[in-house]
Design a protein around this ligand. Structure first.
Ligand SMILES: *Cc1c(COP(=O)(O)O)cnc(C)c1O
Length: 387
């Protein structure tokens, strides 16, 4: 059944005007000569894949896009995005025809995918643009400078239907104030660019910076920065917190579905998960594991659990089921059925951010956002403001 703002339980309100303001502030920071590539992976870090992407193209001047997976790129094409899309992750062999017919840009780092892309491009009468991925230290996807890169260059030169359009690397530790590892990665990347130049290859687009490097390491910019978290207001860079003055874009809310008392010693939730030490007023709230709230935020050790905001005040989560959460509202007066609970976002003077939840749950703000399933309604507001 289609969800509406009236019938949905948990709702993620996405304020697109904040996306626009964040991008303006990022542009001021990086200067006019550096491009922004919006990295639209994992349902747009929970903000939704299609709507924020099209908004950035139509209202924020973004012309370069990337996705983690081929299927995400195809979804964006089908939604009408005709611009440049780089698929950052690996491509399954069975997806090669789709990849070529959708005019996507491939990340290449070994022989077999480029060969398959070239053959399919010939079949479809097309050219495929590729970006060479250099592994400078993450040890995820990429070729190493030296022999491996030399071999890939040779392979690519033998494939007439591929065009080398870019070269990039990905930083493993731009989140640290200690730049030793980042500097090491950049030194290796510089060597790779040198090796390419010596082979007569000077790609149009050279890129390395992610969110943390965009804020704190301008020496990693080259032609373009690749951003997801930063655009949504999550500055996970080291040093001065949020120095660009960015705003989180989402507000995640859910209504209270029941308010009742549990006595000291009562059982609360499955597996006798929580036993109150005092008489405890419990609000049952309409979000849970099915909405992708991260389980590690809610443990039997209530002291270390995450909070929500009710009437501008903090309330502790006691347990989490698939559909609902149990919240301790003993110390908040006048809590009643239908009241709105803020899971992520501002209420009154207080705010819960995905970064706070990342810390509480022993994970990252990215995980908190990416884990949110398609179940909460994405409710987009201010889609045309500021034009
Ligand atoms: C996810 C990703 C990015 C951007 O992520 P941030 O969280 O914004 O730093 C950039 N490059 C690659 C290769 C990625 O996988």
């Amino acid at each position: 059944m289609p969800q509406t703002i009236e019938n949905a339980n948990s709702v993620i309100t996405v304020d697109l005007s904040k996306v626009k303001r964040n991008i303006e502030r990022i542009r001021r920071h990086i200067g006019p000569d550096v491009k922004i590539m919006y990295t639209a992976k994992s349902n747009g870090y929970g903000h939704g894949l299609v709507v924020p992407t099209l908004y950035m193209r139509d209202h924020c001047g973004i012309r370069y896009f990337a996705t983690g997976m081929l299927s995400e790129a195809v979804e964006l094409r089908e939604a009408g995005l005709k611009d440049f899309i780089l698929v950052l992750g690996g491509i399954p062999y069975t997806g090669i025809p789709d990849f070529v017919s959708n005019d996507l840009v491939a990340t290449v780092y070994e022989d077999t995918i480029p060969q398959a892309l070239d053959a399919e491009a010939a079949r479809q009468g097309k050219k495929v643009r590729v970006h060479i991925k250099i592994d400078t230290g993450l040890r995820r996807i990429g070729v190493r400078v030296g022999e491996e890169l030399a071999h890939l260059i040779e392979t690519l030169k033998s494939l007439p239907n591929l065009e080398i359009d870019g070269v990039f690397t990905h930083l493993a530790n731009a989140y640290s104030l200690d730049k030793t590892f980042t500097n090491q990665q950049m030194a290796e990347f510089t060597q790779a660019l040198e090796q390419l130049r010596e082979a007569g290859i000077q790609p149009r687009l050279v890129h390395a910076a992610n969110t943390a490097a965009c804020v704190a390491s301008p020496e990693t910019y080259y032609d373009m920065v690749r951003l997801a978290a930063l655009i949504f207001g999550y500055d996970i860079s080291p040093g001065i917190p949020n120095r660009l003055g960015l705003e989180p874009v989402i507000q995640w809310t859910a209504p209270i579905l029941s308010v009742h008392w549990a006595e000291a010693g009562d059982n609360v939730s499955y597996y006798r998960f929580f036993t109150p030490k005092r008489r405890t007023k419990i609000a049952i709230v309409g979000f849970g594991m099915g909405d992708g709230y991260v389980r590690s935020l809610v443990t039997k050790d209530t002291e270390h659990n995450a909070d929500v905001l009710i009437h501008g005040r903090r309330a502790r989560i006691l347990d989490l089921n698939v559909d609902v959460a149990y919240i301790d509202v003993t110390d908040i007066p006048d809590v009643k059925m239908g009241d709105t609970v803020t899971i992520i976002g501002k209420d009154g003077d207080d705010e819960i951010t995905s970064m706070e939840l990342g810390e509480v749950g022993g994970t990252s703000s990215g995980h908190i956002c990416c884990a949110i399933t398609s179940r909460p309604l994405r409710y987009y507001i201010n889609a045309s403001s500021g034009d």
